[in-house]
Design a protein around this ligand. Structure first.
Ligand code: ZN
Length: 432
């Protein structure tokens, strides 16, 4: 697979707001029109649309020629663990100025040391009659979190615990006569006055670009592969899909890494509101909507753990996903994942049709594992659903590793999925 487009996607998406903007541009180039939640929707057969909430979540959909129909939906998330810059971030001490941050999501802390870092997000900029929200991505190497030398920390390789308020404060400047303020640096780069920044949502991001590597160039490493690799695969799969008899839906949610309990998260009303409004604006009643939901389907796509060759004992004894070995279907006895025999069979059939291999992930029975979008979004809109992902290593590191071939598998599987519809006839399922 040529990774240029994926690398471009990852590097232009250092935050959820940027990821949504990147997808928005791709959709616009492919004929999707933006709808606003605050305006009436005019939806036509064969129309392609998208709607954003908080500029950090996005739902796109495409209506088939025959008009209103069941939904073939797929979801991924736009956010990743990082460090959020606090208000009044400058911390002076020992002749240096550091930046005060707090954790966003459950990150691996140690990969953040000794890497050039910068910040990105959105800033609220004063205008004549109010303010406007602007995307901001600094293109400068602004910060570094230097390690403590081994001579001062002899036990570091045996046992390390890291304190986010002490060990992980990024270095920004050495103190000088002139006051050093982060907003001054940002305002200069954004071409505005620092006093015009009313507020901001800024997160750290690593400056190192994604790269393809390995003896056979089969690996891709970079920031935010969880879950932008899936967001990228779903978006490209939907765009490439043939016409079908279902409404294609792509849902990209923010805040998965902090539990999805926000107005724009998978647990919010965003997904339900959007599906319901499609139904309303196409003149359908409540029963039509519920009938459509009964034949709808959701693919919840969030990356899966690959077996780590240094730690093979950490994965289930009989289900060991490998990088570049295909789509991973995720199962969980306690139903943290939505996959069951029915929904997994739908996904297996889609992958078989697309010529894409399938593998399985389950937690070891003595390990709790993570959670994801599908089961939360299913509380708001209950659909038959399956949890899938791409096998990756170093999940929640700021520089993660996955397989190049798997990206192509995901695009091909999603292209086939979005080009299909499900018909239920008693207990017989047909994939059309
Ligand atoms: Zn994820």
């Amino acid at each position: 697979m040529n990774c240029e487009n994926l690398i471009q996607f990852l590097s232009s998406s250092p935050t959820a707001w940027h990821a949504v903007d990147t997808v928005k541009n791709t959709l616009t180039e492919n004929g999707y029109a933006e709808l606003k939640e605050s305006e009436k929707w005019q939806i036509e057969p064969c129309g392609k649309y998208f709607v954003r909430r908080n500029d950090s979540s996005l739902i796109a959909f495409e209506i088939p020629e025959k008009g209103f129909a069941p939904f073939m939906a797929a979801a991924a998330h736009t956010d990743s663990p990082s460090f959020r810059i606090k208000p009044h971030p400058e911390m002076k001490g020992s002749g240096a100025v550091r930046i005060n941050t707090e954790g966003y999501g459950g990150m691996l802390c140690h990969p953040w040391f000794d890497r050039p870092l910068s910040c990105a997000g959105r800033i609220m900029v004063k205008t004549e009659n109010g303010f406007e929200s602007r995307l901001f991505k600094s293109e400068q190497d602004l910060f570094m979190i230097p390690s403590l030398a081994i001579h001062m920390n002899r036990g570091v390789n045996e046992n390390t615990s890291l304190n986010k308020q002490k060990d992980l404060m990024p270095l920004f400047a050495m103190e000088s006569k002139e006051e050093i303020k982060l907003y001054d640096v940002i305002a200069k780069e954004a071409g505005i006055k620092s006093e015009d920044i009313i507020d901001s949502d800024l997160l750290l991001y690593v400056r190192e670009e994604p790269r393809v590597w390995g003896a056979k160039k089969e690996f891709i490493s970079g920031p935010h592969l969880d879950d932008l690799y899936c967001a990228w695969g779903l978006t490209n799969g939907m765009i490439a899909a043939d016409n079908s008899n279902a409404i294609k839906v792509l849902a990209l949610f923010d805040n998965e890494e902090v539990g999805s309990l926000t107005k724009q998260g998978a647990y919010s009303t965003f997904f339900y509101d959007t599906l319901k409004r499609i139904s309303i604006s196409m003149g359908k009643d409540e029963e039509d909507f519920l009938m459509a939901l009964a034949e709808s389907f959701l693919v919840s796509a969030d990356n899966a753990h690959a077996v780590h060759p240094n730690y093979p004992e950490k994965i289930d004894p009989t289900n060991q996903p490998k990088i570049n070995s295909g789509i991973v279907i995720k199962f969980n006895g306690n139903q943290k994942y939505t996959s069951d025999a029915f929904s997994a069979s739908v996904m297996r059939s889609v992958c078989e049709k697309a010529g894409v291999p399938v593998q399985e992930f389950v937690n070891r029975s003595d390990m709790a594992g993570g959670s994801t979008l599908g089961n939360l979004s299913n509380v708001q809109v209950s659909l038959n659903a399956v949890d899938i992902g791409l096998a990756q290593l170093a999940m929640h590191s700021c520089y993660e590793t996955a397989g190049v071939q798997d990206g192509e598998y995901l695009v091909n599987a999603m292209k086939c999925y979005y080009g299909s519809a499900i018909r239920k006839n008693g207990n017989r399922i047909e994939l059309l």
